[in-house]
Each structure stands twice: as structure tokens, then as C-alpha cells.
Design a protein around this ligand. Structure first.
Ligand SMILES: Cc1ncc(COP(=O)(O)OP(=O)(O)O)c(N)n1
Ligand SMILES: Cc1nc(C(=O)O)sc1CCOP(=O)(O)O
Ligand SMILES: [Mg+2]
Length: 205
């Protein structure tokens, strides 16, 4: 399957986003039909060190069993121990050219929030882009101002060949807008982790 299809329903989370066992939430999200998962264990309340690694391994196994893409957020040292399919980084993280030489065959995702970031990034070495925040979000403390779905149109116009997912404030109610302007997928934290019925939320997304 093409990467653009594998990024269609992209759950991102860590234990800090979950009020119950993250593995249960991930299992339900897989049942609902997520195609990709990003292990983003960071921020207030997140696990560190061995505990982080242990949780990553549990979640990785679930993704492997169900053929869901497993991407690590930020932490390049976790890529090999977790046998991740790839890594997602932002503008203030490890440089993507350095990542590409470390991991020639892994999937590398890069966050892009504006034209300046796009111009200054080595887009040619990455496999997909994350564009956001689409809408207001309180999940990421240092999130930028919402850029809206117009940003998806612009990035697709400039880089039609690279898979693109929207992120930030995406819900069951607005995911369609993001897809209709040309995104290959939607990524979400709260819309899935905080849903009363996770299976249904993913299906509706
Ligand atoms: C798919 C996707 N897009 C964007 C991000 C944000 O990455 P970044 O800007 O590095 O912020 P953190 O997630 O590291 O706080 C993402 N994680 N995934
Ligand atoms: C991790 C992340 N990155 C963003 C970006 O704009 O790059 S917004 C964001 C948080 C997404 O959480 P929610 O789905 O709960 O809004
Ligand atoms: Mg990051």
C-alpha cells in the first residue's frame, strides 16, 4: 500500500493523553480502523526512561500484529529499540538530513506550519509532511496559531507528490474539510483518546 494511504487515519498519543490504559485505547482505535500510530510520550505527566520504553514496546507489538504503521515522535534513540517504521520530527528537533543518514530506510515525517518553514526545510529527504495546527488545540502547549485548511491546499500545490496529513484540533466534525482540500490523512489525539466510544470515533473520522 502507498504511504499516502497508510497515513489516512493517524492516531497520535502517549500515556499523558489517556485516562485509561493506552494499550486499550490503541486496541479500540485499531478495531475502528486507524492506519498509523505515533508514539508521542512527552509533556506533563509523561513516562520517562525504562517506563517509556516498556510502554512503547507494548504499543509497538499491537501495531505490528495488526499491520498498523508505528512511528516514534522526536526520539531518534527509540527508533531501533522499538523497531519503529519511522520517526516524526518538527522544526526544533533533530535535523531531517541527519536523520536520513542515520535511518536511510525508515519513514521520516516533518512538521510544517508556514511558508518560511517549508522554504527552509529539506523536504526532498522526508517521506511525508504534517501540516498544522489546522484548528485551535490545547493538547500541544507550544502549538502555533491555527493555520486553517488553506495551508493544506498551499502545501499540496507546492509539493503535490509528497504525502500530507493535517494535525491540530481535528475532530469527527471537521476532518472532512481537511480531506476535501487535498490532505492524504488526518491525525488526531483528543478526538480519539478522549472519545467515549473510541471505535465509533475512529470509524466516523
Ligand atoms: C503528524 C504530525 N504532525 C505534526 C506533529 C508535530 O511535531 P512537532 O512540531 O515536532 O511537535 P511535537 O509533536 O514533537 O510536540 C506531529 N507530532 N505529528
Ligand atoms: C502534536 C501536535 N502537533 C501540532 C502541530 O500543529 O504541529 S498540533 C498537535 C496536537 C494535536 O492534538 P489534538 O488532536 O488533540 O488537537
Ligand atoms: Mg517534535
Amino acid at each position: 500500500m502507498e504511504l499516502s494511504q497508510r497515513l489516512r487515519k493517524y492516531l497520535i498519543m502517549g500515556s499523558q493523553n489517556c485516562e485509561r490504559d493506552p494499550a486499550d485505547i490503541l486496541k479500540e482505535a485499531i478495531e475502528g480502523g486507524i492506519t498509523a500510530f505515533q508514539f508521542r510520550e512527552k509533556g506533563p505527566g509523561s513516562l520517562q526512561g525504562e517506563e517509556k520504553l516498556a510502554l512503547g514496546k507494548r504499543l509497538r507489538e499491537l501495531c505490528r500484529t495488526h499491520d498498523v504503521l508505528f512511528i516514534v515522535n522526536d526520539d531518534s534513540v527509540l527508533v531501533d529499540p522499538l523497531e519503529a517504521d519511522g520517526i516524526h520530527v518538527g522544526q526544533d528537533d533533530v535535523d531531517v538530513q541527519e536523520l536520513r543518514s542515520l535511518f536511510p530506510k525508515k519513514i521520516i515525517g516533518l512538521s510544517i506550519s508556514n511558508e518560511e518553514e517549508l522554504k527552509g526545510s529539506a523536504v526532498d529527504v522526508v517521506d511525508y509532511l504534517g501540516a498544522g495546527p489546522m484548528f485551535a488545540t490545547s493538547t500541544k502547549v507550544d502549538a502555533k496559531e491555527p493555520v486553517g485548511v488553506e495551508w493544506i491546499k498551499r502545501v499540496k500545490f507546492l509539493y503535490p507528490g509528497i504525502p500530507l496529513v493535517g494535525i491540530g484540533g481535528i475532530t469527527v466534525g471537521n476532518a472532512r474539510e481537511v480531506m476535501e482540500v487535498g490532505a492524504d490523512g488526518v491525525s488526531a489525539i483528543t478526538a480519539i483518546t478522549a472519545a467515549k466510544d473510541v471505535v465509533r470515533a475512529v470509524k466516523l473520522l
